[in-house]
Design a protein around this ligand. Sequence first.
Ligand SMILES: C[S@@+](CC[C@H](N)C(=O)[O-])C[C@H]1O[C@@H](n2cnc3c(N)ncnc32)[C@H](O)[C@@H]1O
Length: 309
Amino acid sequence: MATIQDCIADATQRLRAAGSETARLDAELLLGWAVNVDRTALIAHRDAPVGADAQARFEAAVTRRAAGEPVAYIRGIKEFFGLAFAVDARALIPRPETEALVDLAVGEVMSRLAARPGEAGGGPGAGGDPIRIADIGTGSGAIAVALAVALRNRRVVMGRNVTIAATEVSPEALDLARENAVGHAAADGMRFIEADLFPPVLPDNGAPFDILLANLPYVQSDAIAGLPIATSFEPRLALDGGPDGLDVIRAVAERLPDVLTDDGVALFEIGADQGASGPAAVGAVLPGWRTSVEPDLARLPRVLRVERP
Ligand SMILES: C[S@@+](CC[C@H](N)C(=O)[O-])C[C@H]1O[C@@H](n2cnc3c(N)ncnc32)[C@H](O)[C@@H]1O
């Protein structure tokens, strides 16, 4: 019977030959999934035998990976912001760089709550209307759900202190977002809305949002064919941002005067090469509005911040 070590060595070779740049990691993740243990346990028990059923599951998974399918879709799971998200071909696989947007959103909510007058002098217990947040193009729900969990861990009461409206044009992706919210017990104070960017009437009788978050498609249409093969398994709707990659961001920017409170802020994820073109595109739609770009952990342009003049 093949051992863990044998299986990993064979699969690594096969995946490397198929063009994977992360062949060994892929093999370890897929074997861990097939035998239902984490990677550390695999490494600690390299000489343990792999049963016939697990080996068959592993072989099938390696064949899918060798054909280019992302590991996350094969395992059905992706870690984002320290949480396990269910993922499949209904939605984009959440990317680590998007965590920057969640970090900024957490800071924004906490400073707004702290600035509120309340019985306890501010903080999550303070009174007033909830802070209204939108996550436009929620996909798997990664941003909305990670934010809700992070706020809950800071004793923010979802529904009372904060509400989140997650919109999505793809009903299949929206189902996945709902599943992830339920899976993390984070559905309180959260609404999932099928809409082309915004519903005809915003939630809470049309009340504008205090914080708008959006990781929308921002890849240039003619760059999509050149992306790694794994990307071809993801919905094109999640990637294609039009000729300059900024069409969907521009369309949201056009709506900001109506959908954002006077002191509201919009945070858009942008591509590392859009640090100049992103603010320019939004500035052309919203003359006089303030724009700035925040870097991610790799110091690359990542989040475009937009506020009223
Ligand atoms: C880049 S993916 C990001 C998904 C998720 N926000 C994340 O960070 O993992 C963009 C998402 O926007 C959605 N989308 C594209 N155009 C949209 C539109 N006009 N209205 C609402 N959602 C849209 C896509 O279906 C996709 O789920």
